[in-house]
Write a protein that binds this ligand. Sequence first.
Ligand code: C2E
Ligand code: MG
Ligand code: MG
Ligand code: MG
Length: 295
Amino acid sequence: RAKAGGGNAIQCTTLTLSEAAFERQQMDAFLGESLVKNEMRIFYQPQFNMEGHIVGMEALLRWQHPVLGAVPPSKFIPLAEENLFIHTLGEWALNNACRQAAIWQALSPRPIKLAVNVSPVQLASPRLVDYVARTLRESRLSHSCLELEITESSLLKNSDPRHTPLHDLKALGVRIGLDDFGTGYSSLSYLQQLPIDTLKIDQAFVRNMHPDRPGVISSNPIVQTIVNLGNNLGLSLVAEGVETQAQKETLHAMGCHSFQGYLMGRPMEAAAMGIHLETQINTAFNALLGPPMQD
Ligand code: C2E
Ligand code: MG
Ligand code: MG
Ligand code: MG
């Protein structure tokens, strides 16, 4: 029985494997054409302070393919890292997001941060510093408004902290954020030696702050510890994946002052983000002008 069944299983596995390999190959080819075919978009997810004001936004890539449909970044980013298309894609995303943010910045009375994800593969390349510098020059975005989000795994790749491009990037005046903080293998000494400005509290921790299933251990002590660490080191903190009012309030009480998540805003197209910003700017101006005059 086991033998007969096993034979089928193997055949089945072989078939599935080659199908997966074919799909990958196809996606690989499609991905290489995605930019020239205008299939990539940048969505923006607003980041809020506890008063509900937009203080920044994160640029997130979206790929809509005519045959494959919407392909999530969790699928195409690893592929792009493997076939090195990430250099072209990452540069394109940075360029586009910075141009867009510069336009919004010109309209806004207070600075709004733009966070852009940078892959470990980009960070390991000597081209990165040059194209960040060029993008800043061409977009005219003020340098301190740009935050490059890197992951802990990027730091492992360059395990000697003196040989990372982070210092050169920092010298350009941009900010550095550590994404998904606490989920990788970061060493606390990195926080001391590297020019990190922001810790992003990973959404896995935020999700389990008030676990809705019995038996799940609350991550509150972990989150409180990250918040204290960040505050003690004078770093900014952004909590990711905030979906409930309870999570937001607990974070606030713990001393974390900004967040992003479905509770207040999903990633959206530039046009929708623009409307949100405009509303906020108008409200701010009206508050400055005071109540409308009576006649
Ligand atoms: P990330 O940088 O940690 O981005 C946060 C992810 O959480 C985004 O997923 C966002 O849509 C999602 N998210 C935000 N709020 C909530 C929430 O309240 N609940 C839940 N469940 N999820 C939330 P997305 O857009 O699918 O991106 C996934 C990852 O792909 C990103 O994780 C980032 O690592 C990578 N990525 C996206 N765009 C780029 C890019 O331009 N360059 C690079 N290198 N990586 C990118
Ligand atoms: Mg990110
Ligand atoms: Mg993250
Ligand atoms: Mg993530």
